[in-house]
Design a protein around this ligand. Structure first.
Ligand code: GUN
Ligand code: ZN
Length: 438
């Protein structure tokens, strides 16, 4: 047996959902501890109690830093790493002008491997321990991503992006049959291997024929324990386009529903401009919505209704969206979610933001029994946050009267310098050296 590991610091876990219970849903130990054995969290509690109970454990003392579950980014496109921050376009032009030419390069397995490794290192340096990624139409892009995550010991979800319609460029098209066959082969190879899971991945209705959506719906029915990820109602022009391509559909969601692509385990990115029927069906089915706030402002999509959708009981995760967004950091993403909340007159509390980036995303991807909280039995994917990582943040957090006031400056102004340590299944990962301007 490996030695027990005892992490000391300020600990944060969630006993309930702060959207329902308020900030009291959080459990905070100002001088707390986390006991890890064989990659799992065994116990959390006051440091003195756990030190006395586990005198043989190897201790790492993180001082005043905040120990919490690692961040879970519930909707990313790792192939867009190198073209993030591309100027001046909205969704459809942005896809055609910047995204599709970049994704074409993933036909080359060496390029795919280089970007997969770069992406996972960038996000780990930002405290993100799990992601749910779109790949490209190339099976090699999925192989590269799962290979890189497996090497790092990460729990990730990913899938081959499927596009067979002539709305996508011919250099990025599969067919209904090849999408089914390739997705099935990848799923059978990777789903459930180590910490890896497969998500069936039609990019979105405008780039798939009804035949392809139906083929992927059939594949999902054959493998109901897989997740399914796609996009929904991100921009107004996109919705009009969907209506023109699917004139029979009742609404955008119906294009998925009609083809077997609306079920529990479905994850619908963006979901900003929803009609009432769509909201009702998503709730009835208990499918997940994924909020991508930096993307929704960066490419000008709109203001997600977190307050209203949460009050209605939707299952919602938080995500960067990679190239559509403007940051690899879930801290920056929480800040953007806060800002969008302000524009909708519903400021999200720090407890709600931290919950969304951990337990909320874990619920969206149906892994809340494994990751997303510091609780006994959970996998020990952990981030340690320095709440005074820059002079600007330090001077604000110094006058904080409680944890929420202490952590909010890091949410709003923090970056990778705030990430003191990251643990994957209890193993500390190597992080790049911090900037000398720190
Ligand atoms: N809709 C379809 N594909 C994409 C994508 O790559 N990014 C975003 N933001 N929206 C999409
Ligand atoms: Zn996306």
């Amino acid at each position: 047996m490996n030695s027990d590991i005892l992490l000391l610091g300020q600990t944060l876990s969630f006993a309930a959902d702060p959207f329902q219970q308020g900030p009291e849903a959080a459990q905070i130990h100002a001088r707390g501890a986390v006991l890890i054995r064989d990659g799992l969290i065994m116990e959390t509690g006051p440091a003195d109690d756990l030190r006395a109970a586990y005198p043989q454990a190897v201790v790492t003392d993180h001082g005043d830093a905040l120990i919490m579950a690692g961040f879970i980014d519930a909707h990313v496109h790792y192939p867009q790493t190198a073209m993030i921050a591309s100027w001046g376009k909205r969704l459809i032009d942005w896809l055609n002008h910047y995204t599709f030419p970049e994704e074409q390069q993933f036909a080359d397995p060496a390029y795919a491997a280089e970007i997969a490794g770069r992406y996972l290192d960038l996000t780990l340096a930002n405290g993100t321990t799990s992601v749910v990624s779109f790949c490209t139409i190339h099976p090699a892009s999925v192989e590269a991503f799962f290979g890189a995550a497996q090497q790092r010991g990460q729990r990730v979800v990913a899938g081959k992006t499927c596009m067979d319609r002539d709305t996508a460029p011919d250099f990025l098209r599969d067919t209904a049959q090849s999408a089914y066959d390739d997705s099935k082969a990848l799923l059978e190879k990777w789903h459930g291997t180590d910490r890896l899971s497969y998500a069936i991945t039609p990019r979105f209705s405008p780039t798939s024929t009804p035949d392809q959506l139906a083929a992927l719906g059939a594949l999902w029915a054959e493998h109901p324990d897989c997740l399914m990820q796609t996009h929904l109602s991100e921009q107004v022009d996109e919705i009009a386009w969907v209506k023109s391509l699917y004139p029979e559909a009742r609404d955008y969601l119906d294009t998925y529903e009609e083809h077997g692509l609306l079920r529990p385990g479905g994850m619908y990115g963006h979901a900003i401009h929803l009609e009432d029927r769509e909201k009702d069906r998503l709730l009835e089915v208990d499918a997940a919505l994924v909020h991508c706030p930096t993307s929704n402002t960066f490419i000008g999509s709109g203001l997600f209704d977190m307050g209203g959708l949460m009050a209605d009981g939707h299952r919602i995760g938080l995500a960067t969206d990679t190239g559509g967004g403007s940051s690899f950091s879930m801290l920056r993403t929480m800040a953007a979610a806060y800002e969008i909340g302000q524009l909708r007159h519903r400021p999200l509390h720090p407890s709600e933001l931290l919950w969304l980036a951990t337990t909320g995303s874990a619920r969206a991807i149906r892994m809340e029994d494994k990751i997303g909280n510091l609780a006994p039995g959970m996998e020990a994917d952990i981030v340690v946050l320095d709440l005074a990582s820059t002079p600007a943040i330090a001077q604000r957090s110094a006058r904080a009267e409680d944890l929420w006031e202490a952590v909010f400056p890091t949410i709003m102004m923090g970056d990778d310098r705030a990430i003191s340590a990251v643990y994957l299944a209890g193993q500390r990962t190597h992080l790049p050296p911090k900037s000398i301007t720190q």
